[in-house]
Design a protein. Structure first.
Length: 154
């Protein structure tokens, strides 16, 4: 008896005579007749390409890289000390949300949280810079005031 591939098969229940173990051939299984497309080659028959990050259909919608969404964690921690406690805490919370949304696959919310974190950090940095400049002016003014007073009464 022959199978669809033209090979001889022993009758049902008997072992093949070749001496070694042979896997029985099943029709319809195996590699496709056209072969497999190589990585980086266009897919046949108008199918969408598949690949790593940056290709449509995998990663971020539109083909972006999820690592391009920054969480500004270092800037948020620095703003905690430089610009104020309240803005720094909110910046760190939003920075943590960016990572959470990225892990959930919610890239739109991750991008929005990233922009909010950047805004909070920027406001905190500006307020911290203004505070440092005011503090330097007050220190200089107080040093000048102390140096001009020679006696007990000024």
């Amino acid at each position: 008896m022959t199978n669809p591939y033209g090979q001889q098969q022993p009758p049902y229940g008997q072992q093949p005579q070749s001496g070694g173990f042979q896997q029985p051939q099943q029709p319809g299984y195996g590699p496709p007749s056209g072969g497999m497309p190589a990585y980086g080659q266009p897919a046949p028959y108008g199918q969408p390409p598949t690949g790593g990050f940056g290709t449509p259909g995998y990663g971020m919608p539109g083909g972006g890289d999820i690592n391009a969404i920054k969480d500004y964690k270092g800037w948020a921690i620095a703003s905690l000390f430089l610009g104020g406690l309240i803005l720094g805490i909110f910046a760190i919370m939003k920075s943590n949300e960016v990572g959470t949304y990225k892990m959930q696959g919610n890239y739109m919310m991750a991008e929005q949280a990233s922009r909010t974190t950047k805004t909070l950090c920027l406001i905190s940095t500006i307020l911290g810079s203004i505070g440092c400049v005011v503090a330097i002016i007050v220190i200089i003014a107080s040093a000048v005031a102390v140096s001009t007073c020679y006696g007990y009464y000024c």
